[in-house]
Design a protein around this ligand. Structure first.
Ligand code: ADP
Ligand code: TRP
Length: 328
């Protein structure tokens, strides 16, 4: 892990658009947990305002939001070492979003992938999807964030936040702190069951807290090539090998690498090994989740305490921004 200075502010958000999968965990959530360095310096939120661009059912959105909080806490997010809150509980973010919108270049937003992909498919996008990266910039800049742990697909959005901050600073003086993405190379793009990027939109993901029977079935169904068992195989670029490596020790990875290169093994045994280690790896978190799910009030208290801590910082920064540009 990179060395992080103690006053470095870490911030990240995650959308409550479904249950978290291995890609979300290894690409982002594990780093949230590793980087927790204090209530005032580690801010994590559930991006329910962003989720409104895709979920239009209030019951589902509320359920997903509570599940996201439960999952994060069960996975090790510690309210004594980090602040966890709901994006919509800090209304300052919407105000900052508007202010940033006034200096955000259209061309920059037109190049952002969520909007561009939707347009390329001939679908009509709404203004919310177009402005999505500006709200994300507001999320980041509102807390003077230094480091933003995310998977590879979010780097573009952090670059946009930097561009927007730069444009604003250029017009109004040094108001914003320049954020940087924090990406762990080995897990920046976790593959899915089909070898493409794991994503809830591609129907190729394994959820962290998936029922174990379903999880095993999915793992045993991972697509592999049809080369004969005896043939030596190259582990590089093999998605089953990559998935196995997420849960394995350095020794186990080395062992499997040798087996691949020698040949004479069946993919079935690797898949069973993967299912077993995944079950073990998340065993403790599963038990903690069950415990927490029985006490929803604890989760609500964490979120409401988190919101008040986050708002304190947010209102101070917003005040600074408004003073700099002459509103308020
Ligand atoms: P999804 O693609 O399933 O909708 P999100 O866009 O909600 O996932 O991603 C939430 C967080 O998880 C982001 O920080 C994102 O970069 C990370 N992430 C998502 N999928 C992966 C993946 N396959 N590998 C690594 N990180 C990922
Ligand atoms: N767009 C991010 C995603 O889909 C979620 C997000 C919203 C976020 N605001 C953020 C991530 C601020 C990091 C920082 O994963």
């Amino acid at each position: 892990m990179q060395r992080i200075q103690s006053m470095t502010r870490i911030l990240s958000g995650i959308q409550p658009t479904g249950r978290f999968h291995w890609g979300n965990y290894f690409g982002a959530i594990r780093q949230y947990i590793d980087l927790q360095n204090g209530r005032d310096t580690a801010f994590y939120f559930i991006a329910n305002l962003h989720a409104l661009t895709t979920i239009r059912d209030k019951k589902i959105l509320k359920e997903n939001t509570l599940n996201a909080a439960l999952d994060l806490l069960a996975l090790g997010l510690d309210p004594d070492r980090a602040t966890l809150f709901m994006q919509s509980d800090v209304p300052e973010v919407s105000e900052l979003c508007w202010i940033l919108m006034t200096t955000a270049p259209m061309g920059l937003l037109e190049r952002c992938h969520a909007y561009k992909d939707k347009k390329a498919k001939g679908l009509t996008a709404d203004a919310g999807l177009f402005a999505y990266p500006v709200l994300m910039a507001a999320d980041i800049l509102l807390y003077d964030s230094d480091l933003v742990p995310v998977g590879e697909d979010q780097i573009q959005h952090i670059e946009v936040a930097r561009d927007i901050a730069g444009a604003f600073n250029h017009s109004f003086g040094e108001v914003f702190v320049m954020p940087k993405p924090y990406v762990v190379k080995d897990t920046a793009k976790v593959p899915g069951l089909d070898g493409g990027k794991m994503s809830k939109s591609y129907n190729n993901s394994v959820e962290v807290f998936e029922d174990l029977k379903t999880q095993k079935k999915k793992i045993m169904g991972i697509k592999t090539d049809s080369r004969p068992m005896e043939e030596p195989k190259d582990p590089a670029g093999d998605h089953l090998f990559e998935l196995y490596s997420l849960f394995a020790s350095a020794e186990q990875i080395k062992e499997l690498e040798t087996t691949y290169r020698k040949g004479g093994f069946g993919y079935g045994s690797v898949k069973s090994g993967l299912a077993e280690s995944a079950e073990k790896y998340f065993g403790e978190a599963r038990a903690k989740r069950e415990e927490l799910a029985a006490k929803p009030d604890i989760v609500k208290d964490v979120l409401s305490f988190g919101a008040s801590t986050a708002r304190k910082k947010a209102s101070a920064v917003l005040k600074r921004v408004k003073a700099a540009c002459g509103v308020g």
